[in-house]
Design a protein around this ligand. Sequence first.
Ligand code: AMP
Length: 426
Amino acid sequence: MHTIENFSDLPLAPPIQRSIQDVGYSKPTPIQIQAIPPLLEGHDLLGCAQTGTGKTAAFALPILHRLFINQRKASPKQARVLVLTPTRELAIQVHDSFKVYGQHLKLKTAVIFGGVGQSPQVKSLSTGVDVLVATPGRLVDLIDQRFLSLSELEVFVLDEADRMLDMGFIHSIRKIIAMLPKKRHNLFFSATMPPDIEKLAATILVKPVRIEVTPVSSTVELIRQSVLFVDSDKKKDLLKSLFKNPDLKRVIVFTKTKHGANKVSELLGKDGISVDVIHGNKSQSARQRALEDFRAGKIRALIATDIAARGIDIDDISHVINFEIPNIPESYVHRIGRTARAGTRGVAISLCDLEERSFVRDIERVIGQKIPVNQQQPFHSENVMHFTGTIKPKAPNRGRQQSRPHSHSTPSRKKTNSSFKQRSFR
Ligand code: AMP
């Protein structure tokens, strides 16, 4: 069989090849190599893969190819392709990906999820869409109100099936499946395949091709992780105390906000630690200089926000410290992936206060392992460790700052990711 190394080895239509070039992907990832050919041939697919593997493009590209080859206008209130995702964040991300990969096609897309007014969503469906990305609850609501029908659906994608079941969506999913036409193309993705997921897959898929890619956790496993539970007013002292350890040679400290990054930078600077900060409010030249100094070993700690850190491509980072825990588990994986480059062991330390306790649980679920707790540190809080609730954030836009920037999220992280990706895709 002809081996696939480059996107040009895949028989994807020219406008799709063009968008792949536009986003700057040089080579398909393992899941893309395995999934795209059978999907182009119209086989159903059962994919055991996590976020971070290039999964979205693995299904979006062949679906877009199909839409390009069989061009037809969707009927009013109908969708040709439906992607079901468990969360609003993922729905937005997947929708963005379709828009970016489909930028050279004439496509109508829509994304719908709960928790917001339904009128704009109803409007976006009224004339029919090629691609609809949705969370199950709101989708069923809109169907019940007859704003949408799935009777002409061609492709059905169930993404993160295990998480859907965890979140209690099984009834909505069953209801949706019952409404689909018998003849359709089915794609089913799940990070884990426990028996209930296998059973669900069997009710949806017909003679599926089964693929499995090494999960992100293989990268994560190379990293010595720990979580330090601490009351929020002690975090600064804890951070300073960590820097007493001379092993912390080249450290990235992640904060949630630019303001927070400045504060941490001041704090460490006052403590005599050579430090610089990069975030969106810094000029390009200031960022460049900070990175060069960091690379050259002139500064010991670089304080960064998630977005600013995307441009960082530096080896030999000894430690990643999460001064604040991201509420998107994938951000955690990306952050800690900055250390342990090229197979070396890195260290990732996360400082977790009460408000962030539930984020750690989400992260553990995604990476499929418990993060070891360092209880020996001087500011250890039993209270935080045993807290099982979820606290609504105080700051009004906390969630948004942590989320990916929607309009250009997933596929725009070209180079930054690819260095991390190369490792996580193994
Ligand atoms: P996903 O698993 O779909 O969430 O994708 C994870 C990240 O990998 C996203 O930021 C994509 O933009 C990026 N990505 C997807 N395919 C490739 C590729 N072939 N080369 C480099 N990065 C990619």
